[in-house]
Design a protein around this ligand. Structure first.
Ligand code: HEC
Length: 244
């Protein structure tokens, strides 16, 4: 029965089948993907048709006769006008929809320094800022932080180039110079995990030092972290921000 159908009808049936098939895929594909499949199918049909001269006439003939409008009357003629108006309208609406400025906020709008959870808020460094403690923190820094954050605290450690977002640059005036020690303590202890929603999307490689096996297979203690914080401020030449 399919043998007698015009190639044009067969092409339309194929397009409908492909459309239904693509629409059935779960989870639903985005509109642009569906369009891509349809356009690819259409291109395949056109290539196939143009391979054979007789099929070409069978395929394009009805289309060009319909659009040409010769000898049409009544319903067909009205339909032709509708189609001829609808195509430019459709294209025009599409272009307009793409170009019209939107009042939606830009998609990437995350807070780089979200507020710490309540239990970290306002903590102050309990470890005295002595030369010995700073040095102790420096040794820990060299061992556990420098390969990402850099020996010079400039965020250019040996492994830094592999991460996006990149490891923080502590010399830069927009990182620890404008942060409180409590914030640093929170970020070092909890790392990139579990940042509040306003801080996302945030694919941070910053390890969770409160859990990460470090010294002798044990995580860094709170005291270790406070000493590292002393070192970071002293070596970068910044002062922690305090409540003014
Ligand atoms: C695997 C690489 C890596 C290691 C090791 C690492 N960090 Fe990070 N760190 C990052 C990345 C990436 C960021 C930036 C993304 C973020 O804020 O989570 C970051 C951010 C930070 C921040 C937040 C800075 C800001 O401006 O919000 C602090 C503080 C920090 N790291 C301290 C440390 C300390 C201290 C150590 C060592 C105990 C350390 N990091 C080890 C990758 C690392």
């Amino acid at each position: 029965m399919f043998k007698n159908l015009s190639i044009l009808i067969k092409a339309l049936i194929l397009l409908v089948i492909v459309y239904i098939g693509v629409k059935l895929i779960q989870p639903p594909l985005p509109f642009s993907m569906v369009m891509m499949y349809m356009v690819l199918t259409l291109i395949a049909i056109v290539i196939y048709v143009s391979l054979f001269e007789d099929k070409s006439e069978e395929f394009y003939g009805p289309i060009s006769r319909f659009l040409g409008g010769e000898g049409q009357s009544g319903l067909i003629s009205a339909l032709r006008i509708v189609v001829l108006v609808a195509i430019p309208l459709f294209v025009g609406m599409n272009v307009y929809g793409r170009l019209v400025p939107s009042d939606q906020p830009p998609a990437e709008q995350r807070v780089v320094h979200p507020a710490p959870p309540a239990e970290f808020m306002g903590l102050s460094n309990p470890v005295p800022k002595t030369e010995a403690n700073i040095q102790y923190g420096g040794a820990l820094y060299a061992q556990y932080c420098a390969f990402c954050h850099g020996g010079k605290l400039d965020g250019k450690g040996r492994e830094a180039h592999g991460f996006n977002p990149p490891p923080a640059n502590f010399v830069d005036p927009t990182t620890i110079a404008m942060l409180q020690e409590s914030y640093l303590f929170w970020r070092i202890k909890n790392g990139g995990v579990g940042l509040p929603v306003e801080g996302q999307p945030w694919n941070s490689a910053m390890p969770r030092w409160g859990l990460m096996p470090a010294r002798g297979g044990k995580p860094l203690t709170d005291e270790d972290i406070w000493k590292i914080i002393h070192y970071e401020f002293s070596a970068s030449g910044h002062e922690p921000r305090t409540w003014e």
